[in-house]
Design a protein around this ligand. Structure first.
Ligand code: FDP
Length: 749
């Protein structure tokens, strides 16, 4: 972090007041945002007010605007909806209403407002901000406030957090609530699929999204749906006949289920709505918000906090709103191709991949090349989705595809079988590894592996797996000088709940694992409802890597998360246990302490349990829970399904290109470092990193990258648990600009 960033973070909120409200349709995650804004605000020394019932509460004032304390937001992080309420408010649309709202704020000295809502709510906030000085002047003129008070509060800072399940806001990759909505839809589709399979039926499912097909599109990808209707891309005029023909065709090929997904606002090319009934008859960031508010000057435009990949960014509020409106205009004017583009690169990419994988197209020509796919390491959610898309895209490229059971060991033993389009039907939503996976490294079987490659004429390898998958490909690469057969393109798709593979910010399965661990912790905390005060010590997996413990800790509001990368000693443990004991003496009922399985050789889970039990005697009792393999999560989350699907596509596209480039004198001969790569997501960019380059940045003893991006989330975890922590390591969100060209600040992935 630059020294300038450090300067920026010496912020103080002393003498300042922040108010937070939620507005519009409620969305899961709003409570986590309210908690983070409240605690970060108090942490920097500001007064924080919670405005109940959205803009209505702001207009009505009185008890609707309450001064918040640290504990006002205790135990809300896991609750759905919004605990401070969200009402539709007609009064705020009038100047009279906004005059009342301004009075209610200025009277309390509030000049910083954080609004969590959809584009309508955020547009309202911006109007309020632009009128602020006029409103104060009118209040002075009417004798409701003094001129001095008006002068002291002459500027209102606004920061928006986009809360909307539709993910319909330009500029951010993901709105608050969209991911939870996808989880619900995916659960429903999974349940329906079981029924559909047993009855050989076609199911038509309508999902929310009046003006935006995001939820429908991503659900269709996550479920491998057969047909999809979204407002941005209406079907061709003869869609009824084509849809029936395709459904019939897949039934003849033995498919027992068909899923059709319709977005609420789906239309045909003439702009007429497509309803589920008609189809039946014819066949998815509060800390950053406070940092932005504290840094705002009268000249800073109102901003909205969005996500670019996994990083918070600040975007000019009104430009985002304008871009969002442009999409709607394009749809109204039937410029559908432009509407899909305006939604952003990620949306467009989802749409293209959906079209690529939904139904079988004959390969343009046979390539005479064979691709072998294997899983390595422990099972991770999303592996099967990656195998499915890789198999299908490879077949579409005309390659022969071999599935290898049991990792490198299976490759050595010739456990190889040829795959067809339908061999991978229904794999997207399945957990575990359907191919069969093993951790063993190839070094001990090199000769036998080479024999199999020769025997089957394998011209490329796709390894979907964890740290050993990467290490294994590095071993194969280093053996190229001894075996010509290993001079073939090799790609690793990182897949492990530990998220410890170099070359990527995220591995497949990590999202599912955090969700599973989070759900486990929520249930564990709930188990103590109504009992006496209790502290839970929860052990998480991840090997030496603390990603899972840290991310889960933030998601569940843990009091501490012990990890190997953030060394701790007996003094730290003492401070933590005393801190928690003080909290439990007050009105806190439950405590949660996470411990990564390999965070410390001697301070074991049992040791920490005994320490907390002993020090808490008479104040709280202590229980241990080892989450274990349930962290593998069963069925994959929508994120892992889609991430796996996309990585599978990208990997095979890359492999096909390398095959073509390195095909000479009748054979593939690829021996340069850039032909053995890890495919990863770095910030928002998809990158292929040569395993040889990654070797220098790998801590092989502890099976992890030497530098890990998520480490700067640690101060936030500690701050939110009220520890005196230095925030100097926090990296503030960058300011991005939304222009027509950079509209898709997302990865385009
Ligand atoms: P990984 O090898 O993918 O890094 O200990 C590391 C770990 O993952 C844990 O995160 C995971 O729980 C465990 O391995 C699973 O392996 P086993 O099924 O062999 O226990």
């Amino acid at each position: 972090m630059s020294s300038m960033d450090l300067e920026k973070l010496k912020m103080t909120g002393a003498g300042r007041a922040i108010a937070v409200l939620t507005s519009g349709g409620d969305a899961q995650g709003m409570n986590a945002a309210v908690r983070a804004v409240t605690r970060m605000g108090i942490y920097v020394g500001a007064k924080v007010y919670l405005i109940h019932e959205g803009y209505q509460g702001l207009v009505d004032g009185g008890d609707n605007i309450k001064l918040a304390h640290w504990h006002s937001v205790t135990n809300i992080i896991q609750q759905g909806g919004t605990v401070i309420g969200s009402a539709r408010c007609k009064a705020f649309t009038s100047r009279e209403g906004r005059l009342g709202a301004a009075f209610n704020l200025v009277k309390r000295g509030i000049t910083n407002l954080c609004v969590c809502g959809g584009d309508g709510s955020l547009t309202g906030a911006n109007i309020f901000r632009s009128e602020w000085s006029n409103l104060l002047a009118e209040l002075v003129q009417k004798g409701r406030i003094t001129d001095t008070l008006a002068k002291q509060h002459d500027h209102l800072n606004i920061v928006g957090l986009v809360g909307s399940i539709d993910n319909d806001f330009c500029g951010t990759d993901m709105t608050i609530g969209a991911d939870s909505a996808l989880h619900r839809i995916t659960e429903i589709v999974d349940a329906i699929m079981t029924t559909a399979q047993s009855h050989q039926r076609t199911f038509v499912l309508e999902v929310m999204g009046r003006h935006c097909g995001y939820l429908a599109l991503v659900s269709a990808l996550a479920s491998g749906a057969d047909w999809l209707f979204i407002p941005e891309a209406p079907p061709q005029d003869d869609w009824e006949d084509r849809m029936c023909a395709r459904l019939e065709g897949s039934r003849i090929k033995g498919s027992r289920l068909n899923i059709i997904i319709i977005a609420e606002g789906a239309i045909d090319r003439k702009g007429e709505p497509i309803s589920t009934n008609y189809v039946k008859d014819s066949s998815k960031l509060g800390v950053e918000a406070v940092v932005a508010l504290m840094e705002a000057t009268p000249h800073t435009p109102a901003c909205v906090i969005g996500l670019s990949g996994n990083h918070p960014v600040r975007l000019p509020l009104m430009e985002c709103v304008e871009m969002t409106k442009l999409v709607q205009t394009a749809m109204n004017e039937k410029r559908f191709d432009e509407a899909v583009k305006l939604r952003g690169g990620s949306f467009e990419n989802n749409w293209n991949i959906y079209k690529l994988l939904a139904f079988q197209k004959p390969a343009q020509s046979q390539s005479d090349h064979s691709l072998a796919i294997l899983n390595v390491g422990a099972p991770a959610a999303g592996m099967n989705a990656a195998v499915r898309s890789a198999v299908r895209v490879a077949l579409a490229h005309g390659h022969k595809v071999y599935a290898v059971s049991d990792g490198f060991q299976g490759l050595a033993n010739g456990a190889v079988s040829e795959m067809q389009w339908h061999s991978v039907a229904g794999w997207t939503g399945q957990g575990g590894s359907l191919l069969g996976t093993k951790r063993t490294l190839p070094s001990k079987y090199m000769d036998k592996i080479v024999d199999t490659i020769r025997k089957y004429g394998i011209s490329a390898l796709l390894v979907i797996g964890g740290f050993e998958g990467y290490e294994g490909v590095l071993q194969l690469f280093e053996a190229r000088s001894r075996y010509d057969e290993l001079c073939i393109p090799m790609c690793v798709i990182p897949a492990t709940i530990s998220n410890n593979v170099p070359g990527t910010d995220f591995s497949l399965g990590a999202d599912t694992a955090v969700n599973a661990a989070m759900e486990g912790c929520d249930k564990i905390k709930q188990s103590a409802t109504g009992t006496k005060r209790r502290v839970f010590v929860v052990e998480t997996m991840g090997g030496f890597c603390g990603y899972l413990a840290t991310s889960t800790g933030i998601a569940v509001g843990a009091d501490a998360a012990y990890i190997f990368e953030d060394p701790f000693n007996i003094h730290d443990l003492k401070t933590n246990v005393e801190h928690l004991t003080e909290k439990m003496k007050k009105d806190v009922q439950r405590g949660l302490v996470l411990r990564n399985e390999r965070c410390h050789e001697h301070y074991t889970t049992d040791f920490i349990h005994k320490l907390y039990s002993s020090e808490g005697k008479g104040i709280f009792d202590c229980r241990v829970n080892v989450l274990g393999h349930l962290q593998q999560g069963g069925t994959p989350t929508p994120f892992d399904r889609n991430f796996g699907t996309k990585l599978g596509v990208k990997a095979v596209q890359w492999i096909s290109e390398r095959i073509t480039e390195n095909f000479r004198q009748g054979r593939v001969f690829a021996n340069s470092p850039d032909t053995a790569c890890v495919l990863g997501l770095n910030r928002k960019v998809i990158a292929f990193s040569p395993v040889t380059e990654l070797k220098d940045v790998t801590d092989f003893e502890h099976r992890m990258p030497k530098v890990q991006w998520w480490y700067n989330l640690r101060p936030m975890l500690k701050m939110l648990a009220k520890y005196q922590t230095s925030f100097n390591e926090y990296v503030p969100g960058e300011i991005e600009h939304v222009t027509r060209r950079s509209l898709s600040i997302d990865s385009g992935f």
